[in-house]
Write a protein that binds this ligand. Structure first.
Ligand code: BDR
Ligand code: CA
Length: 310
C-alpha cells in the first residue's frame, strides 16, 4: 500500500495525544515526524509530551521542538484544560525518544524536500508560519495541510475565537494566505465528535498500556468538559484531522475561503469562513459533518489494535 507521508505539528494536549495515537494506529499513513509548538502548555511541556507519545509506540519517529512564543502577543499562562502537564497529569517514565537537534521549522522543510508531504496541524500555527517565512517555496511543496482550528458560529476562548487561532492569529493569517490546499476542521465540526464514559470504560477493559494511558489522560479531560459544558462528553477536536486522512469521505467537506481577524476589540482570532456556493471547488475546504457513532467505533478499534513499545 502507498502510505501517505504525514508530519504532525502539535501542542499535546490530550486530544492531540489521541490524534497522534490514531495516526500511529493507521496503516494508511506514515508518521514521518512530530513537531511541537507552544499552545495548550509551554513548549518545554509540549515537546516532552510529544516524546512521551512517541515512546508509546513500537517504531522510531522524529520529534522536534519549534516556536516557544506566538508571532505577536506572548502567552502568559498555561491552559488548564489538559492538566498542568498537558496530558492529564499522569506519571510517566523519562522518555527514551530524544529531541531532534533541528528546529521544527527545519524538520518540516526537510520532510517536504524528502517527498510528498501532508501536514496535520493541531496546535497554534506558529511553526508553520515561521517555516513559510524561512522557506517561501514550502507552500508549493506540501501536498495538503489539514488543520484543527477556527469556528463559524462560536469560539471557545472568546465568543469569536477558537483556541488554536486565538493563540496566534497572525500565524493563522499567513498559513491561510498560502497557496497550499487546506482542510480546516473547525469547532462547528469537532463538537460533533466526542467520546463518552462507556468508551473510557472500554479502553480500561483492554488491559493494555495504550488503553490505560488513553483512559487515564481522558478522565480529567472529561471532568473539565463536565465543568465547562455541563456533560462529560470528551470532544475529539484534533482527531478529526487524522480521521479525514485515514477514512476519506467520513467527514463531509465544503469548499470555502478562509480569513482571520487579527485586530478588533472583540474579534481578534475570529475565523471567517466564506461558504458561498461559488467556492465549491476551492482548494480550501472545511469539515461540516461527521457521524459520531461511526467515528467512536473506528477510533476505539484502531487504538485497541496499536502495538505498544516493549
Ligand atoms: C483546540 O485547542 C486545544 O485545546 C485542543 O488541543 C485543540 O487543538 C480546540 O480548540
Ligand atoms: Ca491541540
Amino acid at each position: 500500500m502507498d502510505r501517505r507521508r504525514v508530519l504532525i505539528d502539535t501542542d499535546p494536549g490530550v486530544d492531540d495525544a489521541i490524534a497522534i495515537l490514531l495516526a500511529f494506529a493507521s496503516p494508511e499513513i506514515e508518521v514521518v515526524a512530530i513537531t511541537a509548538v507552544a499552545g495548550n502548555v509551554g513548549l518545554d511541556k509540549t515537546a516532552l509530551n510529544a516524546r512521551r507519545l512517541a515512546d508509546l509506540v513500537d517504531r522510531p519517529v522524529v520529534v522536534a521542538a519549534g516556536c516557544a512564543e506566538p508571532l505577536s502577543d506572548p502567552v502568559t499562562e498555561d491552559s488548564v484544560v489538559h492538566g498542568r502537564d498537558g496530558l492529564g497529569d499522569l506519571e510517566w517514565d523519562e522518555p527514551r525518544t530524544i529531541l531532534d537537534p533541528r528546529h521544527a521549522t527545519e524538520v518540516i522543510y526537510d520532510a517536504a524536500v524528502e517527498g510528498p508531504l501532508t501536514i496535520v496541524a493541531i496546535g497554534p500555527l506558529t511553526n508553520l508560519a515561521v517555516a513559510l517565512e524561512r522557506h517561501p517555496d514550502l507552500e508549493s511543496m506540501v501536498e495538503r495541510v489539514v488543520i484543527m482550528g477556527g469556528a463559524s458560529f462560536e469560539g471557545n476562548v472568546t465568543p469569536a475565537a477558537e483556541f488554536n487561532i486565538w493563540v496566534d492569529p497572525e500565524a493563522a493569517r499567513r498559513v491561510f494566505a498560502a497557496s497550499w490546499p487546506i482542510d480546516l476542521m473547525p469547532l462547528d465540526l469537532t463538537h460533533q465528535a466526542y467520546l463518552v464514559d462507556e468508551d473510557l470504560e472500554e479502553m480500561r477493559s483492554w488491559g493494555t498500556v495504550i488503553g490505560e494511558r488513553c483512559s487515564g489522560m481522558l478522565e480529567p479531560y472529561a471532568a473539565f468538559h463536565d465543568e465547562w459544558y455541563g456533560n462529560r462528553d470528551v470532544i475529539m477536536h484534533d482527531a478529526m484531522c487524522v480521521y479525514e486522512l485515514v477514512s476519506p469521505g467520513a467527514i463531509t467537506l465544503q469548499g470555502v475561503r478562509l480569513a482571520v481577524e487579527v485586530a478588533g476589540e472583540h474579534a481578534r482570532g475570529a475565523t471567517f469562513i466564506d461558504r458561498r456556493r461559488a467556492l465549491a471547488d476551492s482548494v480550501q475546504r472545511v469539515g461540516v459533518h461527521v457521524d459520531n457513532a461511526q467515528f467512536r467505533r473506528f477510533l476505539l478499534d484502531r487504538l485497541h489494535s496499536l502495538t505498544p513499545r516493549s
